[in-house]
Design a protein around this ligand. Structure first.
Ligand code: BMP
Length: 260
C-alpha cells in the first residue's frame, strides 16, 4: 500500500503502538506535523520555548544531556506545559548500547519522556530490553534511526533495510522510523520522522555536515509525517512566530500531497 496517501486519522488503524496512535490523533487535532528540536542549554530558555512554541507543535524534542540543571522540578514543569499545549516530549537520546545497559537508561528516561530515539546497531537486544521495561509503562513510543541527515554518514542501504526489518518485529513498541526517504519503509502504522529542514534562503547545510531540504521536498517528495526543525526556529528573534510559519508550510505541503 501507499502510506503517503493515507490521512493521519486513517493511519491510526494500522498502528499497534499506543504512543503512535496518540500522536496521529494529536497531529490531526492540532493540524501540525512540526516537531521542535529544542536544542538549548539553558533550562529557563527551554521552558520558555516550550510555552511559546507549544501551541504550534506535535512534539517537543530535546537532548536532555545538553541542558544545564535539568532536574526533577524542571521535568515536572515541562510535563505540565506539554499537557497544557497538548504536545509530546521526545528524548532524542539515540540509545545504542547492549540491551542490559539500554534497559537501565530507558528506565530513567521513561519517567518523564513520551517518546525516545534508538539506534538498532546493537541488534534485537535493545528492543527486547525496552519491551521488557515497557510492561510497566505502555505509553512510551520508540523511534528507530534508519537513516541520518548528515553528509557522508556511515549508514549503508543494507543497514537501513535490516533496521526496518527489526522494527517490524516490535509493532507495539515502535512508533516510527527516523529516516530521509519515502522508500525506506512501507508500513502505514509507522510514523516517518524526518530532520534536516530549513526555510531560510540559501541555507542548505551547516559547517558540521548537517544537510537541509525544504518543507515541500520532505513532506511531498519524501512523505515525511513529522518534520524536525531546530535552529531554523530556535535561533530566530521570535521563535513562536517563525514556528507558526513552519507549521503552516508543513501542513499545506501535507494537504497538497494528499490531493496530488
Ligand atoms: P537543526 O534543525 O538545528 O539542524 O536540528 C536537527 C535536530 O534533529 C537535532 O536535534 C539533531 O540531533 C536531530 N537529527 C538530525 O539532525 N538528523 C538525523 O538524522 C537525526 C536527528 O535526530
Amino acid at each position: 500500500g501507499n502510506r503517503s496517501k493515507l490521512f493521519y486519522e486513517q493511519r491510526i488503524l494500522y498502528t499497534k503502538c499506543i504512543a503512535a496512535s496518540k500522536l496521529f490523533s494529536l497531529i490531526s487535532e492540532k493540524k501540525t506535523n512540526l516537531c521542535l528540536a529544542a536544542d538549548v542549554t539553558n533550562v529557563e530558555k527551554l521552558l520558555k520555548l516550550a510555552n511559546e512554541v507549544g501551541p504550534h507543535i506535535c512534539i517537543f524534542k530535546i537532548h536532555a544531556d545538553i541542558i544545564d540543571d535539568f532536574a526533577e522540578k524542571e521535568k515536572e514543569e515541562l510535563k505540565n506545559i506539554a499537557q497544557r499545549h497538548n504536545f509530546m516530549i521526545m528524548e532524542d537520546r539515540k540509545l545504542a548500547d547492549i540491551g542490559n545497559t539500554v534497559q537501565l537508561q530507558f528506565n530513567q528516561i521513561s519517567k518523564w519522556a513520551n517518546l525516545i530515539t534508538v539506534h538498532a546497531i546493537s541488534g534485537f537486544g535493545i528492543l527486547e530490553a525496552i519491551q521488557n521495561s515497557m510492561n510497566f509503562n505502555e505509553n512510551i513510543g520508540v523511534f528507530v534511526i534508519a537513516e541520518l541527515s548528515s553528509q557522508n554518514n556511515l549508514i549503508t542501504p543494507d543497514y537501513t533495510k535490516k533496521t526496518v526489518h527489526l522494527a517490524e518485529k516490535y509493532p507495539k513498541l515502535i512508533a516510527g522510523i527516523v529516516c530521509q526517504f519515502s522508500s525506506t519503509f512501507s508500513n502505514p502504522g509507522f510514523i516517518q520522522m524526518t530532520p534536516g529542514v530549513n526555510i531560510e534562503e540559501n541555507v542548505t547545510n551547516d559547517n558540521l555536515g548537517q544537510q537541509y531540504n525544504s518543507p515541500e521536498t520532505v513532506v511531498m517528495d519524501r512523505s515525511a509525517d513529522i518534520v524536525v526543525v531546530g535552529r531554523g526556529i530556535i535561533n530566530a528573534p521570535d521563535p513562536s512566530q517563525i514556528a507558526l510559519e513552519y507549521k503552516k508550510k508543513l501542513w499545506n505541503a501535507y494537504l497538497k500531497r494528499m490531493k496530488k
